[in-house]
Design a protein around this ligand. Sequence first.
Ligand code: ZN
Length: 204
Amino acid sequence: MTLAIGALRAEPGRKACGVLPADLGPTTVEVPLILVNGSRPGPRVVITGGVHGGEFIGVDAATRLAGLLEPGDVAGQVVICPVANPPAVYGGRLNISPLDGVNINRVFPGDKDGGPTDRMAAWLFEHLIDGADAYVDLHSGGIDQHLLDFVGYRLTGDDELDAKNRGMAHAVGYERVIFGTSPDAGRTARGCHRRTCAGPWRPD
Ligand SMILES: [Zn+2]
């Protein structure tokens, strides 16, 4: 099946990369995307880095993965967004957007009629996360802190979904896997909890 997001398209067995515009109100940003459409059918996995501007490791990891992954290696589709929050990443800001001072990981799933960061969150949901079978959001230390490697996921109350999330989290291979038991409004993992969702993320 063709993998199409905005004007970007990748046929089965092909890889495509480009940028899509996101209208944030006072400015329009370009969101880089790499689409890897596998040679064989399977689920769609979305991976984001750069939700927080000061966390460089996820940006680097997602970019490297995008370079390494080939369609012949993939059963399903992989959508990689190395810089999910361009104003914060390119502004080198710790956790907030320089446009409005808002931490995007508090406002998911966002509001397309809201301020710039709400619009950015809504754009990510509409274009990337809503179409995903599984979602991985990469966070890390960076400007302000060092972190041990860990994977986090959040319990949803849906046993089948929780089992998938647990499986994804442990599949990363890190010794430390943590999970949240309470709803946590505004974070990516909360905003998409109806889907399979896990990733190295930190509790900010
Ligand atoms: Zn973060």
